[in-house]
Design a protein around this ligand. Structure first.
Ligand code: 5GP
Length: 189
């Protein structure tokens, strides 16, 4: 029988450097695929439909919920985000390892439905560092930054629910730690 891939949940606060670590993971592990989520948020500069996200209207998002098209979905700071189910199952069936970059409410849903998944939380070295990074990014208004920081504080409190917490003190070191977690789980599957 064909080996099924590993389902990995990857969570961390806005501005923690998740995206940068993710790029390294995908470069270094050819069997890993990032699930592209759907969202109702507006694209940021440089983001492309179908690459970072499927940017959809609220109506289309709600239709996908009704059609049971999501593995999980949640609202985050005023916008909806969800993981399209079909693409994830197809990749897992092909033996690929699939990583979901999602927030905590989505993590809780996936953990409940697929307890065999591997869950990894990316933490900042400190809350002050996170604040500085989020402000320095310059992609959000002050109001959105404040809300994202409030959410981040709550999310940090959930980190103990994850199988692994990786501190992003250094991008390469953190990426290597995540890669070895995945390799270990594959070896022991
Ligand atoms: P951003 O707007 O910064 O791209 O994402 C905001 C938050 O939504 C991040 O924590 C990100 O990981 C999360 N997110 C992205 N896609 C999904 C998804 O499909 N489901 C859930 N639950 N969260 C998501």
């Amino acid at each position: 029988m064909k080996n099924k891939g590993l389902l990995i949940v990857y969570t961390g606060a806005s501005g923690v450097g998740k995206g940068t670590i993710m790029k390294k993971l995908l470069e270094k592990n050819p069997n890993l695929r990032l699930s592209v989520s759907a969202t109702t948020r507006e694209p940021r500069e440089g983001e492309q439909h179908g690459r970072e996200y499927f940017f959809v209207s609220r109506e289309d998002f709600d239709r996908l919920i009704d059609e049971d098209g999501f593995l999980e979905h949640a609202e985050y700071v005023g916008n909806k985000y969800g993981t399209p189910k079909e693409a994830v199952f197809r990749m897992l069936d092909e033996g690929l390892d699939v990583i979901l970059e999602i927030e905590v409410k989505g993590f809780l849903q996936v953990k409940k439905a697929y307890p065999e998944c591997v869950t990894i939380f990316i933490a900042p070295p400190s809350f002050e560092e996170l604040q500085a990074r989020l402000r320095g990014r310059g992609t959000e208004t002050d109001e959105v930054i404040a809300e994202r920081l409030k959410t981040a504080e709550q999310e940090l409190q959930s980190s103990s629910l994850f199988d692994y917490v990786v501190v992003n003190d250094d991008i390469d070191r953190a990426a290597d730690e995540v890669l070895s977690i995945i390799a270990d789980r594959k070896a022991n599957a």
